[in-house]
Design a protein around this ligand. Sequence first.
Ligand SMILES: Nc1ncnc2c1ncn2[C@@H]1O[C@H](COP(=O)(O)OS(=O)(=O)O)[C@@H](OP(=O)(O)O)[C@H]1O
Ligand SMILES: [Mg+2]
Ligand SMILES: [Mg+2]
Ligand SMILES: [Mg+2]
Length: 355
Amino acid sequence: MSLKFTAEEQVAVAAVRRACVLTSSVFNKLVKNETLVKGDKSPVTVGDYSAQAVVNTILGRAFPDDPIVGEEDAADLRIESGTVLKNRIVELANEALTSELGIGEKAEWGLGPGQSRTPDELLDAIDRGTYGGGRTGRMWTLDPIDGTKGFLRGEQYAVCLALIVDAQVELGVIGCPNLPVDALKPDGPRGCIFIAVRGHGAKQLTMSGADPKPLKIPSFSDDNLNFLESVEAAHSSHSFNNRVAQILGIKRAPTQMDSQAKYCSLARGDGGVYLRMPTGVGYKEKIWDHAPGSVLIEEAGGIITDSRGEPLDFGLGRTLGENYGFIAAGKDVHAKVLAAVKQAKEEEAKSKGNL
Ligand SMILES: Nc1ncnc2c1ncn2[C@@H]1O[C@H](COP(=O)(O)OS(=O)(=O)O)[C@@H](OP(=O)(O)O)[C@H]1O
Ligand SMILES: [Mg+2]
Ligand SMILES: [Mg+2]
Ligand SMILES: [Mg+2]
């Protein structure tokens, strides 16, 4: 265990683990009216809200002065039409906060029996996530369910939490309840937690905290290199990735996966490069969708930049600013992919008559 951010790591892992237990169990019980469509047309479920309530409650008890940049807010739950959803979220969050997980660490930072939170306390906990971010100070960023569409399909999703200090991601914790512990055994045990502390490496544990394995991105030959990419074609350009793969002479088909499980898979060598290019103009990527994944990649010995090769800037607020996409890979692969991306961008500009 590292000495840097030891308490933060323990609390973050405990919070993510409780949220993972909650989301796994809620998946099997989800009913139709437990999902809303947000203003940006993306889905949000009782799982997303209650996981944010749980993580923010645990962070609020351990680090009461730390602001949180979280994906969800409770506005839709505070209105009359949100009552049924709110009641379900309160039930789920309290169950997750007070249950005995029986896996050590200060009762896993949960609440004692009979210490259930009131509905207002839980809505306020969700709304602790409305912080605007910025360049200075300490803050957490939370995606209670990253890959909500994957979650709803019963595929990959992740509970993602990071600590950012003065715009630098210092700690990242990602829980992947549906990810096989060993990618070579897809039908084997599932459920992993990934942890990275800046300057202290990256590791994978099972969901119950067993079997720690340090992570180091392996090298790839041109023959076994493959892409990790989004499932949703609206979230990243599959056609651009295909062209880059062609330029690089990549033969293996891309591995499509929802959520920051892609960063986790890259960190342990299940794929050679994660390339995510914008599909159009206008969408700004959010810090909670990349902060924990970025420190995981760097601590596993890799590089993450935008598609121009520039570092990501986590000090701009809730978003990463203008969207130039992402390239994450081991060092050698990153340099090759960056060059191929440049070529593919030039071709695209030429074909549009811009050069
Ligand atoms: N238009 C557009 N472009 C790029 N990204 C977008 C876009 N719309 C949404 N999102 C964000 O994508 C997050 C999920 O990313 P994934 O790579 O896992 O995509 S997907 O799960 O395959 O859909 C997803 O995160 P969650 O909302 O936490 O699921 C969104 O924040
Ligand atoms: Mg979402
Ligand atoms: Mg997300
Ligand atoms: Mg989300």
